[in-house]
Design a protein around this ligand. Structure first.
Ligand SMILES: C[S@@+](CC[C@H](N)C(=O)[O-])C[C@H]1O[C@@H](n2cnc3c(N)ncnc32)[C@H](O)[C@@H]1O
Length: 231
C-alpha cells in the first residue's frame, strides 16, 4: 500500500464530506487540486503513465482513422488524455476544476490535447453527437447517486453516430455496501448506457490497482449505431 496515496485519498474524503454537507457535490474537486499546490502525490487518482485499463484497451485497437476525435471526461491531470493523443486521437479533455485544467496545461506543455474547463452536468451544446470516442474514468463513481443520471445522459449524448463510449469504473455487487467515496458502480448502472441510444459492445470485469492494491473494475464499451443514409 502506498502511504502517500492513502493519505491523499483520506484528505479527498474529508474535503468531499464537508462539500457534500454544504450541498455542493462538485466543489471539493477544486479545493483538492488547489490544496495540492502542484504536488501530484496529493491527488489520489494521479497516474503519470495513464490508467492501465485504458493502456491495455488502446493496445488492442487498430490506429484511429486520421482526424478521429476523442473526448476525455473529468480528465484530472490529463494523463489518459495524453495517452489517447499519442495513440493518434484528436483529443479534447475537460474538467470542472479550473486548477486541474491549468495544471494539465503546465504539465503537458507540448501537448496537442485541447484542455477545457466544463461541467459534465451542463456541457456545451456543440459537443452533442460530436465525438468518435468518449472516455470516462472514475467521474461517475465520484458523484452522488442523485447526479449520476444526469451525468450519464451527458456522457451518452457526446457520442457521434458510429462512435464509442468507453467507461472504466470501480465495481461492486448490488448486495455490497458502496462504502465511502469513491462509490463503486454495479453492473446495471454501467449497463444503462444501452438504454440511451447506445449498444453494449464490450463488458469486462478486471482487477486493477492504483497504488492502493488491486480492486475490482468494469471496463465497458458502448457504441452509437451509425446512421443509415437513404439511397
Ligand atoms: C476521481 S477523479 C478522476 C480523474 C481522471 N478521470 C482519472 O481517472 O485520473 C474525477 C475527476 O472528475 C472531475 N469532475 C467531477 N465532476 C465533474 C463534472 N461535473 N464535470 C467535469 N468534471 C468533473 C473532477 O474534478 C476530477 O478531476
Amino acid at each position: 500500500m502506498d502511504q502517500r496515496r492513502f493519505d491523499a485519498r483520506e484528505r479527498a474524503r474529508e474535503l468531499a464530506k464537508e462539500s457534500l454537507q454544504r450541498g455542493d457535490a462538485l466543489g471539493w474537486f477544486e479545493s483538492l487540486y488547489r490544496e495540492a499546490a502542484g504536488d501530484t502525490g496529493r491527488i489520489p487518482w494521479a497516474d503519470p503513465e495513464g490508467h492501465p485499463l485504458l493502456l491495455e484497451w488502446i493496445a488492442r485497437q487498430p490506429a484511429p482513422r486520421p482526424g478521429a476525435s476523442a473526448l476525455v471526461v473529468g480528465c484530472g491531470l490529463g494523463e489518459d488524455s495524453e495517452c489517447l493523443a499519442k495513440a493518434g486521437w484528436q483529443v479534447t479533455a475537460f474538467d470542472v476544476s479550473s486548477t486541474a485544467i491549468d495544471w494539465c496545461r503546465k504539465l503537458h506543455r507540448e501537448s496537442r490535447v485541447r484542455y477545457e474547463v466544463a461541467d459534465l452536468l451542463h456541457p456545451p451544446a456543440h459537443w452533442t453527437g460530436r465525438f468518435d470516442l468518449v472516455f470516462e474514468c472514475y467521474t461517475l463513481q465520484a458523484l452522488p447517486e442523485t447526479l449520476r443520471e444526469s451525468a450519464s445522459a451527458s456522457l451518452a449524448s457526446f457520442v457521434a453516430p458510429g462512435g464509442s463510449l468507453l467507461v472504466v469504473t470501480r465495481a461492486r455487487e448490488p448486495h455490497e455496501d458502496p462504502g465511502s467515496l469513491p462509490w463503486p458502480l454495479v453492473r446495471t448502472e454501467v449497463g444503462q448506457f444501452a438504454g440511451r441510444g447506445l449498444v453494449e459492445r464490450e463488458f469486462e470485469e478486471c482487477e486493477s490497482g492504483h497504488g492502493l492494491g488491486p480492486a475490482r473494475h468494469f471496463r465497458a464499451r458502448f457504441e452509437r449505431p451509425a446512421t443509415v443514409t437513404a439511397t
